[in-house]
Design a protein around this ligand. Structure first.
Ligand SMILES: Cc1cc2nc3c(=O)[nH]c(=O)nc-3n(C[C@H](O)[C@H](O)[C@H](O)COP(=O)(O)OP(=O)(O)OC[C@H]3O[C@@H](n4cnc5c(N)ncnc54)[C@H](O)[C@@H]3O)c2cc1C
Length: 416
């Protein structure tokens, strides 16, 4: 029997605890907050997008940073396994848009309760309000951990599952990186990912609060399209946010010379407000709308086509006199409206701080982790699980699946 200490009681730590205890190991989870799973509770806006209903290749494709590293662990424990585990504990699930899997109750608390219930049944000890300050290593193998109280706990296996550096109020403050660094591990550059983007365009402030559902975006760097998406976005006082912007950020952060490109105003987002219509069809649609309000002023002619907040901004961009009668608007002017609606360009100058990121990109270098067992290649008996590893994915339940799957801790096993 192994004595296993798990540092961090997030989703990765809890599921690792279940896996280890299930094969008879003696397990202690050490969590520095007053309870486990604080971040889990806020996932999916409190609804917890547990995983995605996609195949393993799909998971890898949706993990732009080091996705292929996950093949082994996904083959061992995938979306069906976590769904099965939760359903057996009474958490029914449902599938929503884009294959996103949620608890039927829409409550992340139910997911957390189920995990805690299994941990209790398996006699896993959970020490809350307790922080690990050091991993004790002797002759290249783990021997235990030292707590903030100075007390030392013995273990022949330690699983480091301290998460990333975002939303620090949940406990994820990045301490795990230092614990691993002290033992000789390389920490690849920590950056925010799935993060809102900052713009210096006044229009963002004017459109603040405007949420748009079916829009298409093109993220461009130096006029080259690096990412395209379709879905929901939001204007904020600092720039743009919402699901498709967050996904775009995950591609942007990996772009070389990003800081220079941002400084030189070479990163743009083109928004297509009417992706279902070609330019020609949109022109016809505007013509039809105009024919119904021929004698109105231009500023009062777009109500049917656009949300109220967007109208003055679009009108300003067209530079057409807002008081001009609709029947005086020329074909060229109409074409200008079409162009703006199909390609509304926003300049991007940066990202919001890491504290606001859904995910931390970077972390423990995968080169130093055995992909089959998640064991450190540097320290015997040291394992990694979850967001601390330099693997990160897009939105859609993929990041939690990384936490669920990397709980493997050297074994091929079912949780029961
Ligand atoms: C707002 C938000 C919404 C999200 N929604 C989703 C979603 O719907 N679907 C999805 O797939 N992903 C989502 N994510 C991402 C997901 O929450 C993370 O990928 C996941 O929580 C990572 O799990 P983890 O166990 O590796 O780390 P964490 O959840 O960060 O847990 C790490 C734990 O370690 C503890 N800890 C840290 N240092 C120490 C120490 N020294 N000693 C003891 N304990 C320590 C922390 O207190 C924390 O409890 C969301 C993230 C955010 C911020």
């Amino acid at each position: 029997m192994n004595n296993v200490i798990i540092i961090g009681g997030g989703p990765a730590g809890m599921i690792a605890g279940i896996s280890a205890a299930n094969i008879g190991d003696k397990v202690i989870i050490i969590e520095k907050m007053n309870s486990c799973g604080k971040k889990l509770l806020i996932t999916g806006k409190g609804r917890c997008n547990i995983t995605n209903n996609i195949d393993i290749n799909g998971f890898v494709e949706n993990t732009p940073c080091n996705g292929r590293f996950l093949y082994g662990v996904l083959n061992n424990f995938d979306n069906n396994d976590i769904i099965k585990l939760l359903e057996e504990e009474g958490v029914k699930t449902k599938i929503e848009r884009g294959g996103r899997v949620f608890p039927l109750s829409d409550k992340s608390q139910d997911v957390l309760n189920a995990l805690l219930k299994v941990l209790k049944r398996l006699n896993v000890k959970i020490l809350t309000n307790t922080k690990v300050e050091k991993i004790i290593v002797n002759n290249g193998a783990v021997e235990g951990v030292r707590l903030d109280s100075g007390e030392e706990l013995k273990a022949n296996k330690v699983i480091l599952a301290t998460g990333g550096k975002s939303y620090p109020v949940t406990g994820s403050t990045g301490e795990g990186y230092n614990l691993a660094k002290e033992l000789g591990h390389t920490i690849n550059k920590i950056r925010p990912s799935l993060i809102p983007l900052v713009s210096n365009e006044e229009v963002c402030g004017k459109l603040q609060g405007l949420s748009l559902k079916n829009v298409a975006i093109k993220l461009k760097s130096n006029d080259k399209v690096i990412y395209e998406d379709f879905g929901e976005m939001l204007f904020t006082h600092y720039g743009v946010s919402g699901p498709i912007i967050l996904s775009a950020s995950a591609h942007l952060i990996r772009y070389k010379n990003l800081d220079e490109l941002l400084k030189e105003n070479k990163v743009k987002i083109d928004i297509d407000f009417k992706p279902a219509l070609t330019e020609e069809k949109l022109d016809l649609r505007i013509l039809r709308d105009f024919s119904e309000v021929k004698n109105k002023e231009f500023k009062n002619s777009l109500d049917k086509l656009l949300p109220q907040k967007l109208i003055p901004v679009v009108i300003e961009k067209t530079k057409i006199n807002p008081y001009k009668k609709v029947n005086e608007i020329t074909k060229e002017e109409r074409f200008k409206i079409v162009k703006i609606l199909k390609c509304f360009e926003i300049n991007i100058i940066g990202m919001r701080p890491i504290e606001e990121a859904i995910i931390t990109s970077g972390g423990i270098s995968i080169k130093e982790i055995n992909p089959k067992t998640m064991e450190s290649k540097i320290v015997k008996g040291l394992y990694f699980a979850g967001e601390i590893i330099d693997v990160d994915a897009l939105t859609g339940g993929f990041n939690l699946q990384i936490a669920w799957s990397t709980r493997i801790y050297g074994r091929t096993l079912n949780y029961k």
